[in-house]
Ligand binder design. Structure first.
Ligand SMILES: [Fe+2]
Length: 204
C-alpha cells in the first residue's frame, strides 16, 4: 500500500515520553469490560471478558501532563481524555468504528501509546464502512486471522489513529496489549494530522 493511502488511517507520532514511567503512572487505573451498558446484549462489544477500559482521572502526573501538553501544542486539540486499555494476549478485537449509536459522545480520533515492549499490529478496513456492521473474521491458508476488507496492517508504539475508519486488532500471542488511548474530541483525524505536520515542521 502506498504511504499516502496508509496515511488516511494511521500516522506514527514522534512524542517525547518514557514508556515505563507512563506505565507506572496509569497501571492501577480502575477498568471494566468495554461498554457494559450496551443495549445490544448479543454484540461482541457488550462487556467482552478480554477487553477492558478505564478512564484515567489523574492527569496531573509528570508523563501524563507532558504528553497532553505536547498533544495540545502539536494537534491543537483542547479536549483530550485519556483511557487505559487492556486486551488479553491471544485475543482479537473485531473490526469496528469508534461510533456508538445513541446519545453517547464519540471521540473524533485518538493518539495511542503502547506500554509493552512487544506489540502486535492493528488492521484497518480497506473500504470505508457506511454501516456499523462488524465484519467477520476468517482464517487464511497460512492460518492467519484476517478480516474482511483487509486494509493496512500497522504496528505502532505511538500513533494517531483514524478511529472513524474500520479498525480492529488481530490476535497477538506474545503479550497482553496494554496502552493509553488519548481520545481527541474536538479535532478530526485529518486536522490533527495536518496540524501535527505543520507544527512539527516549525519545531525543527
Ligand atoms: Fe476502536
Amino acid at each position: 500500500m502506498s504511504k499516502n493511502l496508509k496515511r488516511n488511517y494511521i500516522y506514527d507520532f514522534d512524542l517525547s515520553y518514557n514508556q515505563k514511567a507512563l506505565f507506572e503512572e496509569v497501571k492501577n487505573t480502575k477498568t471494566s469490560p468495554y461498554f457494559e451498558d450496551n443495549p445490544n446484549k448479543d454484540s461482541w462489544f457488550c462487556a467482552p471478558s478480554t477487553w477492558f477500559m478505564g478512564e484515567i482521572k489523574n492527569l496531573d502526573t509528570p508523563e501524563m501532563k507532558s504528553i497532553i501538553n505536547q498533544l495540545n501544542k502539536l494537534t491543537n486539540a483542547k479536549d483530550i481524555r485519556p483511557v487505559f486499555v487492556f486486551q488479553e494476549k491471544g485475543t482479537s478485537v473485531p473490526s469496528h468504528l469508534d461510533v456508538i449509536k445513541g446519545d453517547y459522545e464519540v471521540n473524533k480520533c485518538s493518539v495511542n501509546i503502547q506500554l509493552k515492549e512487544k506489540v502486535g499490529p492493528v488492521s484497518f478496513g480497506w473500504v470505508d464502512a457506511d454501516d456499523l456492521t462488524v465484519k467477520s473474521l476468517y482464517v487464511d491458508e497460512d492460518g492467519n486471522s484476517r478480516y474482511e476488507h483487509d486494509g493496512p496492517i500497522h504496528t505502532y508504539y505511538c500513533a494517531l489513529l483514524n478511529t472513524q475508519k474500520m479498525h480492529g486488532v488481530p490476535a497477538f500471542h506474545d503479550e497482553d496489549r496494554v496502552f493509553v488511548k488519548f481520545n481527541l474530541y474536538d479535532v478530526s483525524y485529518e486536522d490533527a494530522l495536518n496540524n501535527y505536520l505543520k507544527n512539527k515542521n516549525n519545531e525543527s
